[in-house]
Design a protein around this ligand. Structure first.
Ligand SMILES: C[S@@+](CC[C@H](N)C(=O)[O-])C[C@H]1O[C@@H](n2cnc3c(N)ncnc32)[C@H](O)[C@@H]1O
Length: 222
């Protein structure tokens, strides 16, 4: 994973906050993919509020300009505090998710830590990925469930989000397939898909600079 800051881990282990449960290996991944947002006026959609500890951690990490919209099927209104906006709804409900984007604008970060069921992960991704910021980051965690039948997944199962992410590798390169593939709403703007143990990160960018530069310039033949 290389050398990364571990500010989040320090906060998680030592600061007073509401409770949360986290796999330790997620912390370097968060730092790697989320650090660029620190201090910026970002909107994060967190799917799955739990007991509220993670929303407080994201608020602390991203700083005073960040808005954390924490989404849960249960009523979590009691988690309301400056910068933290709980909203009650089903992550599998497109109308609910579209209304959230209408209310808060395109999210810069989506972190799916909700039901972990494939139908819900896919339904949220269907709506939120195309509507997120053109430089946004979408992270789905606890994807061990993608291999479990009781989560709607299984090895190479068509509904598995791992399979969907694998297919997006080709969609990200649709321009090079001589028309065999078209970059649809999910491939467009997608520039990075990172697979980790039980976790996938997808990053968008408004453009890629694929200009080729040669330095030093070639010496003309004598
Ligand atoms: C793993 S917990 C989230 C933990 C939290 N992010 C943390 O780190 O403390 C999962 C949460 O997802 C919520 N949830 C389950 N199904 C959901 C659904 N269909 N839509 C939205 N939230 C759901 C549960 O109520 C639960 O609070």
């Amino acid at each position: 994973m290389g050398c990364v800051d571990l500010d989040l881990l320090g906060y998680f282990l030592t600061q007073p906050h509401r409770s949360m449960l986290r796999a330790m290996h997620y912390f370097p991944i968060y730092e790697r993919h989320f650090r660029r947002f620190v201090g910026n006026p970002i909107t994060m959609f967190e799917i799955g509020s739990g007991q509220g500890g993670s929303a407080q951690m994201w608020k602390h990490y991203f700083g005073p300009l960040a808005r954390i919209v924490t989404i849960d099927i249960a009523d979590k209104a009691y988690l309301t505090e400056p910068q933290i906006h709980p909203r009650r709804g089903d992550q599998g409900d497109p109308a609910f998710l579209n209304a959230l984007v209408d209310e808060f604008g395109p999210p810069d970060i989506v972190l799916d830590d909700g039901s972990h069921l494939m139908k819900h992960i896919n339904a949220s991704f269907d709506v939120l990925f195309p509507r997120m910021s053109p430089a946004g980051t979408y992270l789905v965690e606890d994807l061990d469930g993608a291999y479990w039948a009781d989560h709607g997944g299984g090895l190479r199962h068509p509904d598995s989000f791992i399979e969907r992410a694998k297919a997006l590798v080709d969609e990200m390169h649709a321009d090079y397939t001589s028309g065999a593939l078209k970059a649809g709403p999910y491939g467009r703007g997608l520039v990075n898909i990172a697979f980790y143990h039980a976790l996938v990160v997808l990053e968008k960018s408004p453009s890629i600079n694929r200009e080729m530069i040669q330095r030093p310039l070639p010496v003309p033949a004598p």
